[in-house]
Design a protein around this ligand. Structure first.
Ligand code: BES
Ligand code: MN
Ligand code: ZN
Length: 500
């Protein structure tokens, strides 16, 4: 998709369609009024007759008597004083999807929503672009017959030459954010035989090259040297070699370093504690946390905030085999902690135990881990929220501030010692399952046992990484969840000028 910004009025637009927003008050706002000049007053008439109500996400296509533009897509924005960037992102997505279905190849739009309930021009431009690019994503590279993509051009226009720079800033951020999430979606949608740990590492190398990041990939022998018994334990039953991907972005030399650590389980069969056959194919998505980290690092590399960020992805399969981990086995993590394996299907926390400890070793002052960790998370929150567990309220606040800009939802879960009691082992320092009760907390807090005193937050994205139903800017399949919020968090830290 090509996205551009132009200084012009509706009459100058050369595109198949124009998209414009209207509010519930039934009045054409100034942008709608200027587009209505092309429509010969038709938009005003439809508003007066209440055939267009301006209700949020209402989409109406009208056909103006214009030589230059075939269609005008009118999108309802709801009440102006209730509009926010997420609603705008969704409304734009619905307008763009309707246009794309109607064989529109190029669409122009004013920066709808800007100014309503104090939405900044730059943020509105970013939201529009994100809505457009996220909504038109599809994964069909594996079909022998490619469906043709109709919509290939979005033009934001504005008559005020002084606003163009600000709109361009917003467009740049929107494009980078959406492309990062779409990259994560691609990685997650790819089947496990196409997205092995080796492929993930190659992707990371490619991102590093394109975005000027440093990339190092630790091999099995490196993990052995470092004593990463937990990651190696999970990997030992698979014939695919494990990789520990380390991307490094330096935006504030000498300043504090933050780490994003994502679960890169490219296929989770459960191991010897094997999963039921039904829906096992969906376990190719078990690297969604790692995909979010790679996507976020791409965005960080392109937006270059003033902060140092490590992106770490432990990547492996979890398979049953003669040499696989067995329930009852005891393994030793890099920190020296011994772990009793109760259930080999609780493998995410094992690979993350070594990965977060490695982040600490590399000097991270704050760590956010992201993982499709527990089925229990979906039982607790449905697919509406991802769960957060943290040892640092400030970090959780920053995460919520970042999420407020991306429209993603994170719900804080408790971290009391009683949950840690549930993962005490009679034979080792800790066990990898506390049973069904409180699974989100025991799973998350297990990982927290390997960060020492470092500020840490854990995001459980098991219920939100993948969806069976299309919604607004979210097509079926991988969602790319957490990618944009991690990138937004890096931008926020960049503004905070953090010291080591
Ligand atoms: N990858 C799964 C969690 C998962 C479940 C992700 C459903 C997406 C959808 C994870 O490795 C797992 O198997 N967790 C177990 C933990 C249990 C054995 C303590 C679970 O949730 O059942
Ligand atoms: Mn599992
Ligand atoms: Zn898993």
């Amino acid at each position: 998709m090509n996205v551009s910004v132009r200084c012009m009025v509706p009459r100058d637009v050369l595109a198949d369609a124009i998209m414009v927003g209207v509010y519930e008050d039934g009045q054409p706002n100034s942008e709608a009024a200027s587009v209505d000049v092309l429509c010969g007053g038709l938009l005003r008439q439809l508003l007066d007759n209440r055939e267009i109500t301006g209700k949020l996400n209402e989409v109406t296509t009208i056909y103006p008597p214009s030589q230059t533009v075939r269609k005008v897509v009118v999108v309802g924005l709801g009440a102006a004083n209730k509009l926010d960037v997420e609603k705008l992102r969704q409304a734009a997505a619905n307008g763009i999807k309707a246009a794309a279905k109607g064989k529109v190849k190029s669409i122009a739009a004013p920066v709808l929503g800007a100014g309503a309930s104090s939405i900044k021009l730059e943020d509105a431009a970013a939201a529009l672009v994100e809505g457009a690019l996220l909504a038109t994503y599809s994964y069909n590279v594996l079909k022998s017959k490619q469906e043709e993509k109709t919509l290939s051009e979005v033009i934001l226009f504005c008559a005020d030459p002084e606003a163009i720079g600000t709109i361009e800033q917003g467009v740049k951020r929107g494009v980078v954010m959406a492309e990062a999430a779409n990259l994560a979606r691609d990685l997650v949608n790819a089947p496990a035989n196409h997205m092995t740990p080796t492929h993930m590492a190659e992707k990371a190398q490619q991102i590093a090259k394109e975005c000027v990041l440093h990339c190092e990939v630790l091999e099995r022998s490196d993990m052995e040297r470092l004593g990463m018994g937990a990651l190696l334990g999970v990997a030992q039953g698979s014939t695919e070699p494990p990789k520990l991907i380390v991307l490094r972005y330096e935006g504030n030399p000498g300043g504090a370093t933050m780490a994003f650590v994502g679960k890169g389980l490219t296929f989770d069969s459960g191991g010897i504690s094997i999963k039921p056959a039904e829906n096992m194919h969906l376990m190719k998505d078990d690297m969604a946390g790692g995909a979010a980290v790679l996507g976020a690092m791409q965005a960080v590399g392109k937006l270059r905030p003033k902060v140092n960020i490590l992106g770490i992805v432990p990547a492996t399969e979890n398979m049953p085999a003669g040499n696989a981990l067995k329930p009852g086995d005891v393994i030793t993590a890099m920190t020296g902690k011994t772990i009793e394996i109760i259930n080999t299907d609780a493998e995410g926390r094992l690979i993350l135990a070594d990965a977060v400890a490695y982040a600490v070793k590399l000097g991270a002052g704050k760590i956010v881990d992201i993982a499709t960790l527990t089925g229990a998370c979906g039982i607790a929150l449905g697919s509406v929220y991802s769960a957060v567990i943290t040892n640092c309220d400030k970090l959780a606040q920053d995460l919520q501030s970042a999420a407020a800009t991306t429209g993603e939802r994170y719900w804080p879960m408790p971290n009391h010692d009683e949950y840690r009691e549930m993962i005490k082992s009679p034979v080792a320092d800790i066990k990898n399952s506390g049973g069904r009760m409180g699974g989100v907390m025991t799973g998350g807090l297990f990982i927290g046992e390997f960060v020492g005193e470092t500020s840490w937050a854990h995001l459980d994205i098991a219920p939100t990484a993948y969806t069976e139903s299309e919604k607004h800017y979210q097509p079926k399949g991988a969602t790319g969840v957490a990618t944009r919020t991690l990138a937004a968090l890096a931008l926020l830290w960049g503004e905070q000028n953090l010291c080591p």
